[in-house]
Design a protein around this ligand. Structure first.
Ligand code: PLP
Length: 442
């Protein structure tokens, strides 16, 4: 697992030093006087070819676990993509768009039809009036929307507050944008069926004059936490007090359980002008490979995001944006069915995990379950995940990949349950081989 040796906190590779020549001159052969008879290969000065930034993070552990799953023919409960079909209507809409020759670049910041649909649905779902011409940028997935936003708003030395465990992209995204991530712990539930919580004091301590933004992911990956109105108001108050932006990743907006409610930060009083709301098609419409996402932000910030987005990718796939407009017109029953389908899958997988010896933290949203692996006799999450994929034939994600300090996740692993019942059954059958004497409760 190349990515599992976490490099969070690793010092960047040192720049290669120019060797001194025999004369004591630090000028290399390549810089020698014009006309000297120097062989071009010898002329090159030893050079550090890589960006220092890439030394600060590893490849994605989640995506690496998918490669491991394929290598070992394991059931892939690591990466969060469905193994079932996307809705027929939207696949047909994509086919029709291609047939109708929607094959060239869309408007850089998004096809008008999709931007209008996004603006309309923000009104329906969150009661927010959005100008599709000035406040929406369609990107290649919410992944690109997040990095484009951070590149658009961060300067070197800015700090970005992130709750941890965190979706692993946020660390590298902050580094690439020159910002310093500041982590605030989410604590696992202390009682069965309880909620992940954070301390108000820890959060307040993370804010200071250098804080540019807070990244908030609700419903949350990997914990399944759905932030409550009270928690959001606390975050809002700090954003106002310290003049901070909220960048919210709401990609699991429609995947909610147990009567929880998704509240968009932008809908809170005082936040309309300081929130970037990120979302996308991947999870809501089971099309993670289509790469269509978006950022909704006030005009000035949108202009900056659009500039970055244009030079990063030019635009998201044009025919799939047209299909996106159709997807966002699906009736409310679609979303109710989606959430219920995932509730059934959650309640399918969790008992199998508990029976095998995992302690499960019941998710209230998104489609992952974080587990505690203390009942198994393993040194850490990475060696556990390695054995699980190689010997048991089930892929999960080591908990350490969601923390800055790998030690914090050494007793946790995450399972994705966005899979067909047959897939979950097969995983359960394989996990039986793992059973420990005394199952722990959900
Ligand atoms: N944000 C979160 C919290 C995720 O869990 C994921 C995928 O797992 C993404 C973003 C990626 O979204 P997209 O496919 O739109 O780039």
């Amino acid at each position: 697992m190349s990515g599992s040796q976490s490099t969070r906190g690793k010092t960047p590779p040192k720049k290669a030093l120019a060797k001194k020549s025999a004369s004591g001159n630090s000028r290399s052969a390549g810089e020698s006087r014009a006309g000297s008879n120097t062989h071009p290969q010898k002329a090159a000065q030893p050079k550090h070819f890589l960006s220092d930034k890439v030394g600060h993070f590893t490849e994605s552990v989640i995506r690496e676990m998918t490669r491991q799953a394929m290598m070992h023919s394991a059931v892939n409960l690591a990466q969060g993509f469905p193994d079932f079909s996307a809705p027929l209507e939207i696949k047909q809409a994509a086919q029709q768009a291609v047939a109708a020759d929607v094959n060239q670049y869309a408007i850089t910041w998004g096809a008008r039809s999709l931007r209008q649909a996004i603006a309309r649905q923000m009104g329906v779902w969150q009661g927010i009036q959005v100008d599709p011409e000035k406040e929406v940028t369609v990107c290649c997935g919410s992944t690109e929307a997040m990095i484009s936003t951070l590149l658009a708003v961060c300067n070197t030395g800015d700090e970005v507050v992130i709750f941890e465990p965190f979706y692993e992209n946020y660390g590298p995204d902050s580094v690439l944008s020159g910002a310093k991530p500041k982590f605030v712990k989410l604590h696992p539930p202390s009682v069965d069926g309880g909620e992940w919580t954070f301390s108000e004091r820890d959060l307040r301590r993370a804010f200071d004059k250098h804080t540019k933004a807070i990244i908030l992911n609700t419903p949350n990956n990997p914990t399944g936490k759905v932030f409550t109105r009270e928690e959001l108001e606390l975050i809002r108050d700090l954003c106002l007090e310290f003049n901070v932006l909220a960048i919210t990743d709401e990609i699991y907006e429609h995947i909610l359980y147990d009567g929880t409610e998704h509240i968009s930060m932008v809908s809170l009083e005082g936040m309309r002008d300081r929130t970037v709301t990120i979302n996308g098609m991947s999870k809501t419409y089971s099309v993670t490979g289509w790469r269509v996402g978006w950022a909704v932000a006030p005009e000035k910030i949108t202009n900056a995001i659009r500039k970055v987005h244009d030079f990063l990718t030019v635009g998201a796939p044009a025919p799939l944006q047209e299909a996106g407009a159709v997807a966002l017109s699906l009736p409310p029953e679609y979303y109710a069915k989606l959430a219920e389908g995932y509730r059934v899958r959650r309640d399918h997988l969790m008992p199998a995990l508990v029976a095998a010896g995992f302690k499960c933290f019941r998710p209230r949203g998104a489609y992952y379950v974080m587990t505690d692996i203390s009942a198994f006799d393993y040194e850490d999450d990475v060696s556990f995940a390695k054995d699980l994929v190689e010997k048991i034939g089930v892929a999960c994600v080591p908990g350490s990949s969601f923390y800055r300090n790998p030690q914090d996740g050494a007793k946790q692993v995450r399972f994705a349950f966005c899979k067909r019942p047959e897939t979950l059954d097969e995983a359960a059958r394989r996990l039986e081989k793992l059973r420990v004497a005394e199952p722990v409760s959900v």
